[in-house]
Write a protein that binds this ligand. Structure first.
Ligand SMILES: [Zn+2]
Ligand SMILES: [Zn+2]
Length: 283
């Protein structure tokens, strides 16, 4: 099976443009925001635009396309206003993903900002229950592991398992997206073979590896356990070329869609990073 590799791309000019944009980078899966990630409001998505996208997306025959949730959303917050806004925004994102036939909505569980881990997890569980009925039939809501910075929740399999297990959601509706930079920053030593296997076993035993639906493939600017969330070009960070080669060739990783969120700067963009991943893959 051809590996699935893609990148996070812009929706500017309309959703249908996403498809060409991805193919130009050498991608056959990908990710988008359905609205600006740092504002609450949404632009229009007409039925015509959605239909045009759905038709063309089906024609291309590749995917999946992930929707990455807005960064303002925080289901773990103790602030009622922010919680309410977060639930409403996540609902709208889920609706839009469904309207566009996009397979997954990925979100960061949130930060408890002082209320404590248990309260934070309870709040996330409540939020998950509130959006449950909005999850479209062919779309799953994926919880993403975080680097564990500050009071952010979801840095390991144990916390993510708790959120899902305590909620009313089943794996028909939900799943996990694993970010390699976040896992490494959160303390998993995935840059060596033994650590990578332990990481996979941890998620397999707690949530089931089959429920890990996508990988955010990123190198890390900061060392293992630093809890810092800053992505680096594939092979140029602290995970490094050797570590990345091990990761992308692991049979349990290789089978998942690999979506890059690597930097775009003067030297390199997504195209170069996708090429790098393809080079690292044993053929
Ligand atoms: Zn993310
Ligand atoms: Zn990140």
């Amino acid at each position: 099976m051809e590996p699935k590799i893609g990148a996070h791309v812009s929706i500017s000019g309309g959703f249908v443009k996403v498809l060409d944009r991805e193919e130009k980078l050498g991608g056959n899966c990908g990710q988008v925001f359905v609205h600006s990630p740092r504002v609450w409001s949404f632009g229009d998505l007409t039925d015509e635009e959605a239909e045009e996208f759905r038709k063309e997306y089906k024609n291309r025959g590749w995917g999946p396309i992930l929707v990455h949730s807005n960064y303002l959303i925080n289901l773990a917050t103790p602030k009622p206003d922010l919680f309410k806004k977060s639930v409403e925004t996540l609902k709208e994102e889920l609706k839009r993903a469904g309207k566009l036939d996009m397979e997954y909505v990925v979100f960061h569980p949130g930060s408890h900002t002082g209320s404590g881990v248990e309260k934070g997890i309870q709040s996330i569980v409540q939020g998950l229950n509130m959006v449950k009925d909005t999850i479209p039939e062919d779309t799953k809501l994926l919880l993403e592991n975080t680097a564990g910075k500050g009071t952010s929740l979801g840095k390991d399999a144990e916390q993510l398992e708790k959120m899902i297990e305590q909620s009313e959601l089943t794996f028909e509706e939900t799943g996990i997206c694993l970010d390699t930079c976040h896992a490494f920053s959160a303390g998993y030593n995935i840059h060596n073979k033994e650590g990578l296997n332990k990481f996979i076993d941890d998620f397999d035993s707690r949530v089931g590896w089959e429920n890990v639906k996508a990988i955010h493939l990123n190198d890390s600017k900061h060392p293992q356990g630093s809890e810092k969330d800053e992505h680096e070009h594939i092979g140029e960070g602290e995970i490094g070329e050797k570590g990345m080669k091990q990761i992308v060739n692991h049979p349990k990783i290789k089978e998942k869609p690999l979506v890059l969120e690597t930097p775009v700067d003067k030297e390199k963009g997504y195209k170069e990073n996708i090429e790098e991943v393809k080079k690292l893959l044993d053929r």
